[in-house]
Design a protein around this ligand. Structure first.
Ligand code: BTN
Length: 240
């Protein structure tokens, strides 16, 4: 597939730009050097200063988003592979949509329904980000800390290549992607705190299911699958 790549210096949010383009075709990519209103999951904001790679991609898939819950984990794997290709670093994954370097977040992923059908995949990567808001300093990291001067264009090219492979394998070829996700996921094998609507509960994270849901076991031995959007998962030790 040929991507239609639209590059900007500054936008409010690349996801929002794509949402305002009802005529956009499958494979349209909006990429910006910074965002003034970057958005994260669960209504949070996403700090998007100069130096990062912020992009959104439209996939005109026929399936509704609730049948594509495994997309976010697959995108995490695509980012992880692309970062290795461009920087030689293997990032870790925190369920469900964060990529970590030395336990701090370098990338977040936000997948949303497109107004005219299909899905919008938003990815924000801190590549050469020199400054974070004070409240994020201990939690966020940038690739340049471990990889001298990240070539943003090289990373973008590697990422688009990986996303193309992901689009091709999204339905019938997802297993190897989810296996790789589980291997890199630092949430698995740890005590976590599930934060739902107003209440939180401790559990042990056992694995990932075929939709990228987190399989957890409670202290009383009962098990459940946590799907994204249902709960936020906080590691009990550090940012995992
Ligand atoms: C998260 O960490 O909760 C998800 C963050 C997703 C950020 C990306 S940056 C590009 C795209 N545009 C946005 O406004 N958000 C996503």
């Amino acid at each position: 597939m040929d991507w239609t790549l639209l590059q900007y210096e500054c936008v409010d949010s690349t996801n929002a730009v794509l949402k305002r383009m009802p005529e956009a075709a499958h494979g349209t990519v909006v990429c910006s050097q910074r965002q003034t209103a970057g958005r994260g999951r669960l209504g949070r904001s996403f700090a998007s200063a100069e130096g990062g790679l912020y992009l959104s991609l439209l996939l005109k898939r026929p399936e509704p988003l609730d049948r594509l819950l495994h997309v976010t984990p697959m995108v995490a794997v695509a980012v992880r592979r692309a970062v290795f290709q461009a920087c030689g670093l293997w990032l870790q994954i925190k369920w469900v949509n964060d990529l970590l370097m030395d336990g701090r977040k370098v990338c977040g992923i936000l997948v949303e329904t497109a107004p005219e059908g299909g899905i919008i995949i938003g990815i924000g990567i801190n590549c050469n980000t020199r400054q974070f808001p004070p409240e994020l300093e201990a939690l966020a990291a940038s690739l340049h800390e471990r990889c001298e001067e990240v070539q943003r264009e090289q990373l973008l090219t590697a990422l688009l290549e990986q996303l193309q492979a992901m689009d091709e394998e999204l339905i019938s070829g997802k297993e190897p992607w989810l296996r790789e996700y589980a291997e890199a996921c630092v949430t698995i094998g740890r005590q976590v705190c599930l934060i739902g609507s107003g209440e939180s509960r401790e559990a042990f994270a056992e694995g990932i299911d075929e939709n990228g849901g987190l399989l957890v076991r409670f202290e009383d031995g009962t098990r459940t699958v946590v799907t994204m959007g249902e709960a936020s998962v906080r590691g009990l030790q550090g940012y995992v």
